[in-house]
Design a binder for this molecule. Structure first.
Ligand SMILES: NC(=O)c1ccc[n+]([C@@H]2O[C@H](COP(=O)([O-])OP(=O)(O)OC[C@H]3O[C@@H](n4cnc5c(N)ncnc54)[C@H](OP(=O)(O)O)[C@@H]3O)[C@@H](O)[C@H]2O)c1
Length: 247
C-alpha cells in the first residue's frame, strides 16, 4: 500500500490507459479521482474500485470544466495527464483543420490547463507528481500522423519547460511515452470504424492498457527524491512507429 493516504487525479479514466492506471493506483492504496467526459463509465469504474474512488465529469478542452474539477478536489498528490488521443490519419495535404484543432486542444491545452489548475495543490502536498502520457509519436514520425505528432511533440515540449521551471520545488515530472497499445484509441481515431481500428493490431501483439499503467504505478512508487524523467515503452513486436512485426 505504497500510495496510502495519497490522492490522484486521473484524466481520461473512462477507458484504456486511464482506467487501468486508476485501478493500479487504487490497488496500491491511493484515493483516485476519475475524470473524463463519459460520466456513466466513470461511475461504473468508481463502483468497481470501491472505497476511495470518485467520478467527476471533465472536458479538458473546456477551461470552465477544468476549473470546476479543481474546485471540487480538496487536495492532490498526483496528477495523471492521460486524456487525449488522435483524430484521423489523413496526409497533411488533406489535413482536417477541426481534427488538428481538437487534437491540440485535448493533448496540449488540456495538459497545460490541468497542470496549471492543480499545481497549487500539488505543491502544497509537499511531494507532488505530474505524470503525462505522451507517445512515441512525440519524437518519431509516420505518414498520416502529422496532426497527432504535432500535438504530442508539443505536449512533450511543455513538460520539458515545466521540469526546468519547477526545479527546486517539491514536485516530480514524468513523461510516459507508449508505442502501440490496444485500447479505444484507434476506434476514436477512425471515427468508430471497428474494421479500420482492428486492422491496426492485426497479426501483432500490442501492449495492453495495464502494461502502461504498471509503468506509471512504478514511476509513482519511487521515493520522492527519484524523478523518473521519461519511460518509453513499446510492444516487443514494435521497434519504431512504423516498424511492426506481423505474423
Ligand atoms: N493506444 C495507443 O496506442 C497510445 C499510444 C501512445 C499514446 N497514447 C495516449 O494515451 C492516452 C490514453 O489513450 P488510450 O490509448 O487509453 O485511448 P482511449 O481508450 O481512447 O482513452 C482516451 C481517454 O481520454 C479521454 N478524453 C479524450 N478527450 C477528452 C477530453 N476532451 N476531456 C476529457 N477526457 C478526454 C477519453 O474519455 P471521454 O471520451 O469519456 O472523455 C478516454 O478516457 C492518450 O493521451 C493517447 O494519446 C495512446
Amino acid at each position: 500500500m505504497t500510495m496510502s493516504g495519497k490522492l490522484a487525479v486521473i484524466t481520461g479514466a473512462s477507458s484504456g490507459i486511464g482506467a487501468a492506471t486508476a485501478k493500479a493506483l487504487a490497488a496500491d492504496g491511493c484515493e483516485v479521482v476519475l475524470a473524463a467526459r463519459r460520466l456513466e463509465r466513470l461511475r461504473a469504474l468508481a463502483e468497481e474500485i470501491g472505497e476511495g474512488a470518485t467520478a467527476i465529469g471533465l472536458d479538458v478542452t473546456d477551461p470552465a470544466s477544468v476549473a470546476a474539477l479543481a474546485a471540487e478536489v480538496p487536495r492532490c498528490d498526483l496528477l495523471v495527464n492521460n486524456a487525449g488521443g488522435a483524430l484521423g490519419l489523413e496526409p497533411l495535404r488533406d489535413a482536417d483543420e477541426e481534427n488538428w484543432r481538437q487534437m491540440y486542444e485535448a493533448n496540449v491545452m488540456g495538459t497545460m490547463r490541468m497542470t496549471r489548475a492543480l499545481l497549487p495543490a500539488l505543491l502544497d502536498s509537499g511531494a507532488g507528481h505530474v505524470v503525462t502520457v505522451t507517445s512515441t509519436t512525440a519524437f518519431e514520425a509516420y505518414r498520416g500522423g502529422a496532426g497527432y505528432m504535432a500535438a504530442k511533440h508539443a505536449q512533450r515540449a511543455t513538460l520539458r519547460a515545466l521540469r526546468l521551471e519547477l526545479l527546486g520545488e517539491p514536485l516530480r515530472i514524468t513523461e510516459v511515452a507508449p508505442g502501440m497499445v490496444e485500447t479505444e484509441f484507434s476506434l476514436v481515431r477512425f471515427g468508430g470504424d471497428e474494421a479500420a481500428a482492428s486492422r491496426v493490431y492485426e497479426g501483432t501483439e500490442p501492449l495492453r492498457a495495464e502494461d502502461v499503467a504498471e509503468c506509471i504505478r512504478w514511476a509513482v512508487a519511487q521515493p520522492p527524491r527519484v524523478n523518473v524523467d521519461e519511460i518509453v515503452v513499446r510492444p516487443r513486436a514494435q521497434a519504431t512507429a512504423v516498424d511492426v512485426h506481423r505474423e
